[in-house]
Design a protein around this ligand. Structure first.
Ligand code: TYD
Length: 207
């Protein structure tokens, strides 16, 4: 079972995913919880290049390929082995982030990005994806006030982040079977209880 959390910066994914990990582990599931880009030796090095403020002149095409490269490594080295063992994989961002940030955000040809992602992931798709939806202004303010680290992507203009959010909503609405939209502007415990409820009903439908 492969579950991803997606959403604009500052949507609180990181806190929520760790709470979900705790919850699923307590329920007796074997869980691997990771984040993108990163979680392999090679992926963490690519992450540093992507996030470094000094790399201000990185072209969006370079950026896209680097995210895909880190992901290709993660799929082969980590995700596939866990999934083959029957673990639950919980991932903070995956291919849909590239669709949202590079495809919709930078306005690249979406079909082209889709093909690139297919190549990078070998076609591995999540079974369930949560969209933690929050408007970009609120998300970025949360981040600056002391949430996560402020990265190179956060410095893109607000319109960019608005396109990212619209992209997410469009993808989620096009495939409601896989995507579940959760309003992340609410208190973290309320968001978490929605996530758990959806997840439990998803898991019980499988068995
Ligand atoms: P991170 O610090 O992990 O942010 P967050 O807590 O919001 O997930 O940084 C990841 C940044 O990289 C975030 O701004 C989203 C961006 N990103 C892309 O642009 N494309 C991608 O494919 C991925 C995985 C992330």
């Amino acid at each position: 079972m492969f579950i991803t959390l997606e959403g604009p910066d500052g949507s609180g994914k990181t806190l929520q995913i760790h709470l979900l990990e705790e919850f699923l582990t307590a329920e007796g599931y074997k869980v691997f919880c990771g984040r993108e880009p990163g979680d392999t030796f090679i992926g963490e090095q690519i992450r540093q290049v992507l996030m470094d403020h000094q790399n201000k002149n990185m072209h969006p095409r370079t950026e896209t390929l680097l995210f895909c490269a880190a992901r290709a490594q993660l799929v082969q080295e980590v995700l596939k082995p866990h999934l083959e063992r029957g673990d639950i994989v919980l991932l903070d961002r995956y291919a849909d982030s590239t669709m949202a940030y590079q495809g919709y955000g930078h306005q690249f040809d979406l079909d082209l990005i889709r093909s690139l992602l297919h190549f990078a992931t070998g076609g591995l798709r999540p079974d369930l994806t949560f969209l933690l939806d929050v408007d970009p202004q609120t998300g970025l303010e949360r981040r600056q006030k002391g949430g996560g680290e402020w990265n190179r992507m956060d410095a893109y203009v607000l319109q960019y982040h608005q396109r990212v959010r619209q992209g997410y909503l469009e993808m989620a609405q096009a495939d409601p079977q896989r995507w579940k939209i959760v309003d992340a502007s609410r208190q973290p415990d309320v968001v978490q209880s929605d996530l758990r409820e959806i997840l439990l009903s998803f898991l019980s439908n499988l068995s």
